[in-house]
Design a protein around this ligand. Sequence first.
Ligand code: ATP
Ligand code: MG
Length: 269
Amino acid sequence: MSPLLSIRNLSIEASGTRHVDDLSLDVAARERVGLIGESGSGKSITGLAVAGLLPRGLRVQGSIRLASQEVVGTPERVIDGLRGRAVAIVFQEPLTALDPLMRVGRQVALPLARRARRDGVGLNGRALDGAVEDLFVEVALPEPRRIARSYPHELSGGQRQRVAIAMALACRPDLLIADEPTTALDVTTQGEVLALLKRLVAERGMALLFIGHDLAVVSQAVDRLVVLQRGIVAETGSTAEVLGAPRHPYTQSLVAAARRFDAALGWPA
Ligand SMILES: Nc1ncnc2c1ncn2[C@@H]1O[C@H](COP(=O)(O)OP(=O)(O)OP(=O)(O)O)[C@@H](O)[C@H]1O
Ligand SMILES: [Mg+2]
């Protein structure tokens, strides 16, 4: 069976500069893969390319097959049919995903109703409100009814990220792309949101492409790591292999830095 996501020889260029160079990567159904690298290494644009969301001005070559559909060079209307159903993205800053002028309950209701329509089910009125609240309970939001009536600015950063996760889940995607979903949060909230994502991915049988720069965080959530350095894949392997015996000097420096950080906190290696 072909993998859920199959990226082959992906290159992304802007004004003659190659930001992603010949990247190949697979994510099987239910697999959890981490894409890790320093700032500017091309992680986010790779994630955006998968969802067909690259800004204009970035030129893509190669192939991205998602749920057996080619994404590169495919008309927007076809890709729109994949978004939500095949792939959904959670971004670093939840405010970028949320409309500041709409109550968050309604923002989650829209994709829920859309998914129901696609499945040939009518979902509206009280049943739709109930489905929104159920989803808020699933992402462990307190007082789901009150939260549903709130605007984004009335919520904490962690609550906003939980709403953004609920929005992504509303479409029941096969693949969830999480692009630094915990980086904007304080350390305690980071841990809670990471645990939530792990639980939801397992319970819903989703595949996960977890993008981040922090090896210690990303490796907690994934089975396999792809290390990106200046747009080029430096190393790939199971999380245990890469952490235990990194082969590439860049990965070795990442692992050493993560160890030093743990040691400074007095945590066992
Ligand atoms: N719209 C754009 N136009 C031109 N260049 C872009 C555009 N978006 C991103 N880039 C460039 O592509 C490169 C990779 O950017 P990307 O956002 O993927 O990095 P990243 O690995 O996600 O970094 P970070 O960890 O800081 O989020 C950067 O050099 C960036 O300047
Ligand atoms: Mg990024």
